[in-house]
Each structure stands twice: as structure tokens, then as C-alpha cells.
Design a binder for this molecule. Structure first.
Ligand code: ADP
Ligand code: MG
Length: 248
């Protein structure tokens, strides 16, 4: 089901606009970008440059106007819809900027959703979710409902939901934005651990320069394009497949 392509994510000339006529806005203007397996890759850039739109296209949540996305060698665009749903459910974890938790479920139940969707027994699924929430410093809040949690706590529940089924690709939109420094570090450590695997990868959109030291690769986006890709501080020597334009 998953090929031996060395890339986790490959975007080829992705374009996407919103609106028509005078209201038409070109948001993605030909994005070529790759994330390799085993990589913790950052996507950074000014607000409004298209980061959330790009990761939504990569995750299959939004159709590109043109261009192709392949995940682990599988082209999302040519996959039959049913298969795409299953592929995403099994191989993808996504943390939305606005968390998107289910208000009627507790923190542990929210985090357990991907396991329940995969058919795991409820008790076991919730137990696993609790253990992960505990590692994220939420051990005492697993029975709380989203409205009883702070923004930072909800963000970590969303992160647990994205990681609990150990998907091959984890995509996070600003995962440390609502967190204090120590909690942000703990979250990034968990993401870095998830990426250190030959068949997995993590793609993080962030504005948070406090966590840049975790990056294997940093891709800079502006005006709907990737303008520069450089090896990050955490890169194990120059392994980036991209021409680095970082200062020597
Ligand atoms: N559904 C939409 N309809 C119209 N415009 C949108 C929509 N989603 C995003 N945009 C516009 O696309 C641009 C990029 O948005 P976004 O991808 O959210 O940027 P970023 O995540 O980098 O801040 C913004 O100008 C935004 O207003
Ligand atoms: Mg955004």
C-alpha cells in the first residue's frame, strides 16, 4: 500500500486560488516542496502567505486547483475517494490551528478518536489516549471536556489525537502557539521523536522561533511560494535534498 519512495510528501507545482473574477485570490502559486521520511520539517512564513492552505492541500482536506501531491509515493489526487479516506485515517495525523475538538467528548475520548475509528476496543483506546495525554502533562485533565480546558490544554489534546495511532505523517498548524516555553519544548520533543523513524515524517507550520532548534529542515514560504529551504539546526549534517541557500 505504501511504496518505497524516499519522500514522505512531494508537492509538484501546486496552485490554489479562492474566489472568482475580481474577488479571485491566488493563494498557492506553484509550490514545489518535499519532506523526506525521518524528517521533522518546518514551514515558516508571514501570516497570510498560504501555509495553512498548503498543508490542507497536502493533507487532502482541500483540493488544489492544479498540481499533484503524493504521500509516501501514493498520488492523493488519483486515489478513489473511499481509499483516500482510509489512507488519511490510517497514515495521517493533523493538528488544526483551531484544534477542532469534539465538545461532547472528554479529552481522553477526543484523543482516542483515531483508534476508535480504526476499530480498537473503547477501553483500550481510551487507555492509550490517557497515557499519551499524561506524557503531554494532562494526566489530571483526561476526563475534562474541551470547554473546561485552556487553549494550550486543548492544543495538546489535539496533538494527542494526531499522534495516538502512530500515523506515518503528522502535520501540525502552529502546535506551540498557545504554549509556554517548557510545554512547547515537551510538545516538540514528542514530535521530534515521532519523526525519527524511517517510515514517518512530521511537518510543522510555526511562527515560534523558540522551537526552531528542533528542525531538520526549514522551508520559508512567502506569497504562495516556497522561496528558500535550508537545513535546520537539528539536521544531521547536510542531508537536505534541497539546494541550501543558508549563509555558510
Ligand atoms: N476559504 C478561503 N476563502 C478565501 N480566501 C481564503 C480562504 N482560505 C484562505 N484564504 C486566503 O488565503 C491567504 C492565505 O491564507 P492561509 O493559508 O490561511 O495563510 P497562513 O496560514 O500562512 O497565515 C489569505 O489571504 C487568506 O485570506
Ligand atoms: Mg495559518
Amino acid at each position: 500500500m505504501v511504496s518505497d519512495d524516499p519522500t514522505a510528501v512531494r508537492c509538484t507545482d501546486i496552485r490554489r486560488h479562492f474566489g472568482e473574477g475580481e474577488a479571485r485570490v491566488e493563494v498557492l502559486c506553484g509550490v514545489d516542496h518535499s519532506v523526506r521520511r525521518g524528517e521533522l520539517s518546518f514551514l515558516v512564513g508571514p501570516s497570510g502567505c498560504g501555509k495553512t492552505t498548503l498543508i490542507s492541500v497536502i493533507a487532502g482536506l482541500l483540493e488544489p486547483t492544479s498540481g499533484a501531491v503524493s504521500l509516501f509515493g501514493r498520488n492523493l489526487g488519483t486515489m478513489p475517494p473511499d481509499e483516500r479516506v482510509l489512507f488519511r485515517r490510517e497514515h495521517l495525523g493533523f493538528v488544526f490551528q483551531q484544534y477542532n475538538l469534539l465538545q461532547a467528548l472528554t479529552a481522553a475520548e477526543n484523543a482516542a478518536v483515531p483508534l476508535l475509528a480504526a476499530g480498537m476496543r473503547r477501553l483500550e483506546a481510551v487507555d492509550r489516549a490517557r497515557a499519551l495525554l499524561d506524557r503531554l502533562g494532562l494526566g489530571s485533565r483526561t476526563g475534562a471536556y474541551p470547554r473546561q480546558l485552556s487553549g494550550g490544554q486543548q492544543q495538546r489534546v489535539a496533538l494527542a489525537r494526531a499522534l495516538v495511532h502512530e500515523p506515518r505523517l503528522v502535520i501540525c498548524d502552529e502546535p506551540t502557539a498557545a504554549l509556554d516555553h517548557a510545554t512547547g519544548e515537551a510538545v516538540m520533543e514528542l514530535l521530534a521523536t515521532a519523526a525519527v523513524h524511517p517510515d514517518r515524517a512530521v511537518l510543522v507550520v510555526t511562527h515560534d522561533s523558540r522551537v526552531y532548534h528542533f528542525a531538520d529542515v526549514i522551508a520559508h514560504m512567502d506569497d504562495g511560494r516556497i522561496v528558500r529551504t535550508e537545513a535546520g539546526p537539528s539536521s544531521p549534517v547536510p542531508t537536505s535534498p534541497f539546494p541550501s541557500t543558508a549563509p555558510a
